[in-house]
Design a protein around this ligand. Structure first.
Ligand SMILES: Cc1cc2nc3c(=O)[nH]c(=O)nc-3n(C[C@H](O)[C@H](O)[C@H](O)COP(=O)(O)O)c2cc1C
Length: 358
C-alpha cells in the first residue's frame, strides 16, 4: 500500500491537482465597477497558485444573486473577460482554479445591487441580521418568495453561470450550498415554508440544490462540478429541524452523479456529526475544511477520511502556504481589519518565502 502525502497529486473528476492542499473560497470584496474582477484579484489568485486547487470567492450567477458589497459576478461579458485574466494567471503558474457560484438569496440588500434587481428566497421570511453597505450596516431585505413558475429560469441562471465560468477558463465550478445562501435557504425547514414540490419534505427541500447541480452538470460535465455543504450550519439565521435527514437525502441523490467532489465544512454541531454522515452517504471525492493544520490534515489523510483538504484563513497571509506547510515554516497572521476593504493593503502585500516561479 502506498502512503500518499499532502504534497502528492490527485485527480478529482476532471481536475488535476498538483497537491492536496486546496485554497478555500473567501469573499474579499475587491471587485470593480460592474462587479468585474480586477487586476488586484488577478495578482491575489496568481500569488496563491501553488495550491493544488484554488476555489474562488463566492461569485453571483445573476445581478439579483449578489449579497455583499464589491463581490464579483459571472453573468456579463466584462465579468467573464475579467475572470479570464485571473484564470490565465493561475494556469501560467501551473495551478487549477474553480469558481464558487454563490447566490445569496435573502441575505442581501438592494443597496448593494444594481438597479432593477430584487431579493428573492424560497419564502418571504426576512433573515435576522444586518449587512454592510455603503451607507453602513442595515437589516437584510424582506425577500420576495420565488414563484414555482420562475424556478426553471432560476436554475438556468446557475447553468449559464457554469457555462460562463468555463468560457472564462475555469477548470470547474462549485455550488455554494451552505452559510444561509439561496440553496441552503431551500434546504432548511426554517427558511423554506413552501407547500409546492420545493418545500415540505426533505425530498422536496433538496430539489432546488439537486436540480441546480444536475443543470450545471448538463452544462459543463460532471467531472467539473463540485458542491459545498455544512449540515446544520446556523450562519445567517438558518435552522433545519433535521439536517441528518436533509443532507443525507441530498448526498444520496448526488451520489448517483460522478461529480468532481463534495466540499464539507466540518464544524462541531449538537444536531449531528457531519463527517460521519458524509462518510455514510457520499460515494465520491471529499474535500474537507475548517480549522486544519498540516498535522491534522496528515492524520485524516492517513485514515483515508478525505481526498484533499482546504485551508481558508491560513492562505490570507501566507500566499505560498503549500510551500510553508511542506517546509514546516512559520505561518504569518492576517490583519482582520483589511479582510473586506478595497485596495491592495492586506490583500496582495503579504510576503512569500518561496519564489513561486523561476
Ligand atoms: C474572509 C473570509 C471570507 C469567506 N468567504 C467565503 C465564501 O465566499 N464562500 C464560502 O463558501 N466560504 C467562505 N468563507 C469560509 C471559508 O471558506 C472557510 O470555510 C473558513 O475560513 C474555515 O476554514 P479555515 O479554518 O481554514 O479558515 C470565508 C471565510 C473567511 C475567513
Amino acid at each position: 500500500m502506498t502512503t500518499a502525502t499532502l504534497f502528492d497529486p490527485i485527480r478529482l473528476g476532471d481536475l488535476e491537482l498538483a497537491n492536496r492542499i486546496v485554497m478555500a473560497p473567501m469573499t474579499r470584496s475587491r471587485a470593480g465597477d460592474g462587479d468585474v474582477p480586477t487586476e488586484l484579484m488577478m495578482e491575489y489568485y496568481r500569488q496563491r497558485a501553488g495550491a493544488g486547487l484554488i476555489i474562488t470567492e463566492g461569485t453571483q450567477p445573476s445581478a439579483s444573486g449578489k449579497g455583499y458589497i464589491r463581490t464579483p459576478g459571472i453573468h456579463s461579458e466584462a465579468q467573464i473577460a475579467g475572470w479570464r485574466r485571473v484564470t490565465d494567471a493561475v494556469h501560467a503558474e501551473g495551478g487549477q482554479i474553480v469558481l464558487q457560484i454563490m447566490h445569496c438569496g435573502r441575505v442581501g440588500s438592494l443597496l448593494n445591487k444594481a438597479p432593477g434587481t430584487e431579493t428573492i428566497a424560497p419564502s418571504a421570511i426576512r433573515a435576522k441580521g444586518e449587512i454592510v453597505t455603503d451607507k453602513g450596516m442595515i437589516p437584510f431585505d424582506e425577500p420576495r418568495a420565488i414563484e414555482l413558475s420562475e424556478i426553471p429560469k432560476l436554475i438556468e441562471e446557475f447553468a449559464q453561470a457554469a457555462r460562463n465560468a468555463i468560457a472564462a477558463g475555469f477548470d470547474g465550478v462549485e455550488l455554494h450550498c451552505t452559510s444561509g445562501y439561496l440553496p441552503a435557504q431551500f434546504l432548511s425547514s426554517g427558511s423554506n415554508r413552501r407547500t409546492d414540490d420545493y418545500g415540505g419534505s426533505a425530498a422536496n427541500r433538496i430539489r432546488l440544490a439537486a436540480e441546480t447541480i444536475e443543470a450545471m452538470v448538463a452544462a459543463v460535465g460532471e467531472g467539473r462540478v463540485g458542491f459545498r455543504i455544512c449540515p446544520g450550519n446556523p450562519f445567517n439565521d438558518i435552522w433545519d429541524d433535521n439536517p441528518t435527514e436533509t443532507y443525507g437525502a441530498l448526498l444520496e441523490r448526488l451520489s448517483s452523479l460522478n461529480l468532481a467532489y463534495c466540499h464539507l465544512i466540518d464544524v462541531a454541531n449538537p444536531q449531528l456529526d457531519s463527517l460521519v454522515l458524509v462518510r455514510r452517504k457520499w460515494r465520491g471525492n471529499l474535500i474537507l475544511n475548517e480549522g486544519l493544520t498540516r498535522a491534522l490534515a496528515e492524520q485524516l489523510l492517513a485514515k483515508g477520511v478525505a481526498s484533499a483538504f482546504s485551508f481558508g484563513r491560513p492562505f490570507i497571509a501566507n500566499p505560498d502556504l503549500p510551500f510553508r506547510l511542506k517546509s514546516n515554516a512559520a505561518l504569518a497572521q492576517f490583519d482582520a481589519s483589511t479582510l473586506y476593504t478595497p485596495g491592495p493593503r492586506g490583500y496582495i502585500d503579504y510576503s512569500m518565502i518561496e519564489q513561486t516561479k523561476g
